[in-house]
Design a protein around this ligand. Structure first.
Ligand SMILES: *[C@@H]1O[C@H](CO)[C@@H](O)[C@H](O)[C@H]1NC(C)=O
Length: 180
């Protein structure tokens, strides 16, 4: 992973709250309509009503990836009793393709934070093989680390996040950015 990118995930405490330190080894591009998600950018709920387009790199079609999208700030960043809330899960994404070519095992749920600014994180894992990863029973109190351990996924191969607050929200806590 490029240094800037790693720093952004560390500064936003995504490495720490949700992930262990990792080095990115596969590219991921997430976009809502044609706007790409970059670390720390902000999207309002209306802009993320429908699932994004996700393109993954990797070397070949015989390597499969799992994508999870989680909110570690539910229901509120100061008291995240639902941490992590699982918004989306797609398994069996062949390398060099995208989420549309995988199995959507937990359907996309639009982020609609009511309190504070939430971090919405996309995490990509490499699977040991095809059809080796299964959906959890619940969205709430999902744990990305435990999930990864359960299916022998190892460390993430990529991650990217955006911030989201309610449509008319105007502030509250803001995670500092390395570019500040
Ligand atoms: C990431 O890469 C650096 C430099 O190659 C290495 O020192 C470090 O141990 C790696 N970290 C992980 C978690 O693999």
């Amino acid at each position: 992973m490029r240094r800037r990118e790693r720093d952004a995930l560390v500064v936003a405490r995504i490495v720490g709250d949700v992930l262990d330190p990792f080095n990115r080894s596969v590219s991921i591009r997430v976009s809502y309509n044609s706007r790409e998600v970059t670390n720390g950018c902000e999207f309002r709920p209306s802009a993320v009503a429908h699932q994004p387009r996700v393109v993954v790199g990797g070397d070949d079609l015989r390597t499969f990836y799992t994508l999870v999208m989680v909110d570690p700030d539910a229901p509120s960043p100061s008291n995240p009793t639902l941490r992590e809330y699982l918004h989306w899960m797609v398994t069996d994404i062949p390398g060099t393709t995208g989420s549309a070519f995988g199995s959507e095992v937990v359907c996309y749920e639009q982020p609609r934070p009511s309190i504070g600014i939430h971090r919405l994180i996309f995490v990509l894992f490499q699977q040991l093989g095809r059809e080796t990863v299964y959906a959890p029973n619940w969205r709430q109190n999902f744990n990305t680390r435990v999930f990864a351990a359960q299916y022998n996924l190892g460390l993430p191969v990529a991650a990217v996040y955006f911030n989201c607050q309610r449509e008319s929200g105007s502030g509250g806590r803001r995670v500092p950015q390395p570019t500040d």
